[in-house]
Design a protein around this ligand. Structure first.
Ligand SMILES: Cc1cc2nc3c(=O)[nH]c(=O)nc-3n(C[C@H](O)[C@H](O)[C@H](O)COP(=O)(O)OP(=O)(O)OC[C@H]3O[C@@H](n4cnc5c(N)ncnc54)[C@H](O)[C@@H]3O)c2cc1C
Length: 335
């Protein structure tokens, strides 16, 4: 029988993020003996949050040295917890903090690591290759098997909180492990943050928003107002076609809040959302590859022959996106 370790780090407020709860939810479906391992400045609140998950043990490496992401300290902590747990399978959320250390930890343990995992069974994992075009099912005999599970692939664990007994695992940190210091975080202000992985809706804007419209003129400021108005009212996450984000590099009139981070598709990201609405973008194949994990796909395009009409969208509105979004914003404001 496998011993399954769910390895996670706590957030700045001491809690567990949704992706950690999803990892726990996925691990619970596998059977075997469950052990939880936590890394962070403080871990008791997080352990209490999942006290009812049925883990045989809660192991932790905690303290100021583990407050922020740093390879040296995170890898040492993860290695110590893995060893103390005797785990044959280690599952962690694929956060940037975990992704950075897991392959190194697997190497130290003489195990193997698989990253970008999207599904788990008791003896196999699934992941996508070639920009989400091919799905592979992988089995391994090597243990420990270290698995980084992508967010949005499993239902988050829900259950009763309580008081968990946490066993501290001791780690001797060499000074070299603490060489890197995080001096600050640069991030957009909360109201300028347009990417929300947990949003129910992905709203995608294409280059059409910046093109000449029926009156022979582009209407970029109005496009920006309509898009931002919709994002505020709907809390949707903002995606973009490659053409639109590339315009800024070519010195053309652009939407000020759009960056390459918003780009979805073959050379962009493949976000997971229950619903998607594409506006003023054509629905090209490399672009629609980014929609693989969007369940309900809708698009608005003036062109009844656009890519979306060729089976890429569940619903295509052949309409002027300026008019549709203006009306939609009015309806949302009236709500
Ligand atoms: C190797 C490779 C990788 C690529 N990777 C990506 C990628 O990762 N992501 C990506 O997005 N693209 C990618 N592309 C580019 C992709 O093929 C397309 O060129 C791009 O997605 C087109 O962007 P667009 O639809 O915004 O613009 P356009 O093709 O210019 O389409 C604009 C659309 O807006 C519509 N429109 C204009 N005005 C209105 C209006 N008022 N109302 C409604 N509709 C309107 C037009 O009818 C038109 O269909 C890649 C290409 C290659 C070759």
């Amino acid at each position: 029988m496998e011993t399954i370790l769910v390895l996670a780090h706590t957030e700045a407020d001491g809690s567990l993020a949704k992706s950690a709860l999803e990892t726990l939810g996925a691990a619970k479906t596998l059977g075997g003996t469950l052990v939880v391992g936590l890394i962070g400045e403080t871990v008791q609140a997080a352990a209490n949050q999942i006290a009812g998950c049925g883990a045989a043990k809660f192991l932790a490496v905690a303290g100021a040295d583990y407050a922020q992401a740093r390879y040296g300290t995170d890898a040492a902590a993860a290695e110590a917890i893995c060893k103390a747990s005797g785990a044959t399978i280690v599952i962690a959320p694929a956060t940037s903090r975990m992704n950075r250390v897991l392959p190194g930890v697997a190497h130290r343990l003489g195990g193997r690591a698989d990253t970008h995992v999207t599904g788990l069974t008791a003896n196999s994992i699934t992941r996508w290759y070639y920009r989400q075009r091919m799905e592979a099912v992988i089995e391994r005999t090597q243990r420990p098997w270290v698995i980084a599970l992508e967010s949005g692939c499993a239902p988050a664990w829900t259950g009763t909180a309580g008081t968990a007994t946490v066993e501290n695992v001791s780690v001797t940190l060499a000074d070299a492990a603490k060489r890197t210091t995080v001096t600050g975080v640069k991030a957009p202000a909360a109201d300028q943050q347009t990417i929300h992985p947990d949003a129910k809706l992905l709203f995608v804007a294409g280059a059409g928003w910046t093109k000449k419209q029926a009156d022979g003129q582009p209407h970029v400021p109005e496009a920006a107002e309509l898009i931002m108005g919709f994002l505020k009212a709907s809390q949707a996450s903002l995606g973009s076609s490659k053409s639109l984000v590339d315009l800024s590099g070519e010195g053309q009139a652009v939407l000020p809040f759009m960056s390459h981070l918003n780009q979805i598709g073959q050379t962009g990201s493949t976000p997971r959302h229950p619903k998607g609405l594409a506006t003023c973008c054509h629905g090209e194949e490399p672009h629609t590859v980014g929609w693989r994990f969007v369940n309900d796909r809708r698009a608005i395009n003036l062109d009844a022959n656009c890519g979306w009409a060729r089976g890429k969208a569940d619903v295509l509105y052949v309409a002027d996106a300026f008019a549709v979004m203006r009306k939609l914003n009015e309806l949302l404001a009236a709500k």
